[in-house]
Design a protein around this ligand. Structure first.
Ligand code: 5AD
Length: 343
């Protein structure tokens, strides 16, 4: 097993040109993953329920200043019908992701979560709706939400400032993550790889922050420019750096749930496979209604068909089988995690 003890070693692994060392890193990441999850890759049903957003993050295609974005929101009935078809396909985790859209008040979100948990008590509901007060997070949790995804984006306040306008802060982002964790959610943090201004030292800070937070999930995908944002002309992150960070994360947080992201699959046709072979063990195909999928564009050319679509489960199963893995539609809670039963 590769030695990954301290920050200096992480740095070496991020920078090394020695293919043999990297092969070893990926092989031991796979070993750790297998020890906790066997050859299972968990698939989650992703519902992108609104692309309205009050924030103006410089990297994101659904930022409020992007007048080109064709905005939509799904009704509760539409969301339920996504869950219904997802359930039929076998999915047992629904991920509700959206921009920070004031239309979905706490009351409305609570109602949506309760309706899903009443219809499907054995399914996990994951929310990804951005920064809220602790009280709001508590309400969603009490309504039955099991997990919450909120990438911290970068743990370094100066780098955070490069990526976000004045009204947002690294401090509040981290506060949200600690609140979510204390409330009892399975929590997901994470970063974009190769975002403008990111240095190797920033990545080390991210790894350190995640080691401290001990999230149950970590979302790591390459930054990809969107043409209608201030970062339109910035260069994209790389597959190579993304898979290195996935593998290091698997070592630092052995039981973590680690998606091979859509962004990785967008950057490279076999990106998701490369992610899995570096220790990733989650995929999140799209369950949103087909006519809105093309509007949830966080970056250019975002994939939403084939194995990125929930109906493409067969393709996904095949691609994973080819590299020795099996898609599981079970809830797939983090190994060793106690889980609430829901009545
Ligand atoms: N490239 C890659 N990832 C992006 N995200 C937002 N915009 C981009 C982009 N241009 C990621 C952010 C966010 C998640 C939902 O999508 O990390 O947390």
């Amino acid at each position: 097993m590769i030695d990954i003890g301290n920050k200096n070693q992480w740095k070496e692994l991020l920078l090394t040109k020695d293919e043999k060392i990297l092969e070893e890193l990926y092989a031991s990441a796979r070993e750790i993953q297998k020890e906790h999850y066997g050859n299972k890759i968990f698939a989650r049903g992703l519902i992108e329920f609104t692309n309205y957003c009050k924030n103006d993050c410089y990297y994101c295609g659904i930022r409020r200043s992007n007048r080109e974005a064709c905005r939509y929101r799904l009704t509760k009935e539409q969301i339920m019908s996504c869950c219904d078809s997802g359930y039929e396909l076998g999915f047992r985790t629904f991920v509700l992701q959206g921009g920070e859209d004031g239309f979905y008040t706490d009351e409305r979100l609570v109602d949506i979560v309760k309706t899903i948990k009443t219809a499907y008590p054995e399914c996990a509901v994951t929310l990804s709706v951005g920064e809220k007060s602790r009280e709001s997070y508590q309400k969603y949790y009490d309504a039955g939400a099991d997990r919450f995804l909120l990438r911290h984006e970068t743990a370094n306040p100066d780098h955070y400032r490069i990526l976000h306008p004045e009204e947002m802060s690294c401090e509040n982002r981290k506060r949200c993550l600690w609140d979510l964790k204390e409330i009892g959610y399975q929590v997901g943090a994470g970063i974009m790889v190769g975002s403008p201004g990111q240095t190797v030292d920033h990545i080390l800070e991210d790894l350190e922050f995640m080691k401290e937070l001990e999230p149950d999930m970590v979302g790591i995908g390459p930054f990809l420019p969107h043409h209608a944002t201030p970062f339109a002309n910035e260069s994209a992150g790389t597959v190579d750096m993304t898979v290195r960070i996935l593998a290091i994360t698997r070592h630092l947080l052995p039981k973590v749930l680690l998606p091979a992201t859509t962004a990785l699959g967008t950057l490279d046709p076999v990106g998701r496979e490369k992610g899995v072979l570096a220790g990733a063990n989650v995929v999140m195909p799209n369950l949103s209604p087909e006519n809105v999928r093309e509007n949830y564009l966080l970056y250019d050319n975002k994939l939403c068909t084939g194995s990125e679509a929930a109906e493409g489960l067969k393709i996904l199963r095949n691609t994973m089988e080819k590299i020795g893995y099996e898609i599981s539609l079970d809830r797939g809670d983090r190994a060793g995690r106690e889980v609430r039963t829901w009545h």
